[in-house]
Write a protein that binds this ligand. Structure first.
Ligand code: GRF
Length: 220
């Protein structure tokens, strides 16, 4: 039996989600190994994290490629040459081409710092605050052809408070990102995720209890 799921992680920036995945692997909570991290940004702090943990990493600067297709083909080649089974987008700020999606069908995960389908795209904490929502959160989903549109695997909900600003809300959401991304990957590794159209079923998931949240609390 094959023991570990081979991951390829795509990053552009700080890489706190990457760090959480590395930590969970090192702690034995995630039956996966990171075969390769690819950054399109040579200055990304993610690369330092890789050096700290002896994780293989490579920079592929999109500006060195004539087209999105050429850039993505290079990514595909690298990921394939490392036998990557699941691609993890962890703060990767590029939009994937159809060819990339076709190379890894339902084998690409993304994390987004909002409760999709609300607030896709960029500056999402600002969007959430401006709208006045009482809850926001984060979403792990399979990537498809749209921006933040693919089948949803797990979401975490956090309250939004009157005194919040973008920074406070982002930090509250990021804490949950670090928890849910590794869970989604572990479920994939265990073969428990079944995609049926837009829906992702988690095999063996207990359900049924009333999990309503209120903010402000009903007792206020
Ligand atoms: C996270 O908020 C993630 O949801 C979004 O980009 C941010 C990346 O943060 N896609 P980090 O690089 O993992 O710290």
């Amino acid at each position: 039996m094959k023991d570990k799921l081979n991951l390829g992680v795509l990053v552009s920036g700080g890489g706190s989600n990457l760090q959480a995945i590395i930590d969970n692997i090192e702690a034995g909570r995630l039956d996966a190994r990171i075969r390769i991290v690819i950054s399109n940004n040579a200055d990304a702090f993610s690369l330092q994290r890789c050096r700290n943990h002896k994780v293989a990493a490579i920079v592929v600067d999109h500006r060195d490629y004539a087209s999105r297709e050429d850039f993505d083909q290079r990514l595909i080649d690298i990921l394939r040459s490392h036998d990557v089974e699941l691609v993890i987008m962890a703060g990767f700020m590029r939009i994937l081409t159809e060819a990339f999606l076709a190379a890894f069908p339902m084998r690409i995960m993304n994390i987004h710092p909002a409760l999709l389908p609300a607030f896709p795209g960029l500056h999402v904490q600002k969007q959430a605050l401006d709208y006045g929502v009482r809850f926001s959160g984060c979403t792990v989903h399979f990537a498809d052809g749209g921006v933040d549109t693919g089948p949803i695997i797990i979401q975490a909900v956090v309250p939004v408070f009157d005194e919040d600003n973008e920074e406070l809300l982002a930090a509250r959401i990021l804490r949950e990102e670090h928890r849910i991304y590794s869970r989604a990957i572990q479920w994939y590794a265990e073969g428990r995720l079944e995609v049926r159209g837009r829906k992702v079923a988690l095999k063996g998931c207990p359900g049924g209890e009333d999990r309503a949240l209120h903010n402000p609390p009903l007792s206020a």
